[in-house]
Design a protein around this ligand. Sequence first.
Ligand SMILES: [Zn+2]
Length: 69
Amino acid sequence: MGREVAKTCPECGGEMIFDRRRYVYVCRACGLTLTRFELDKYREKRRFKENEEDSWKKDYLKWWLSSKK
Ligand SMILES: [Zn+2]
């Protein structure tokens, strides 16, 4: 019995675990619960939002993500 492949939380970037019983992804960090469909929708929204945001924010995010490694 292996663990489900984790997804990344669209809200906090935390690890999301698939709950087989409820058939949803649950974020271990912030508790956000999303169905697979909602997760996809979230990503679309996120992508759209990112396009509108200033480039410095993207650079900041890149820095923040790389500093987490
Ligand atoms: Zn989260």
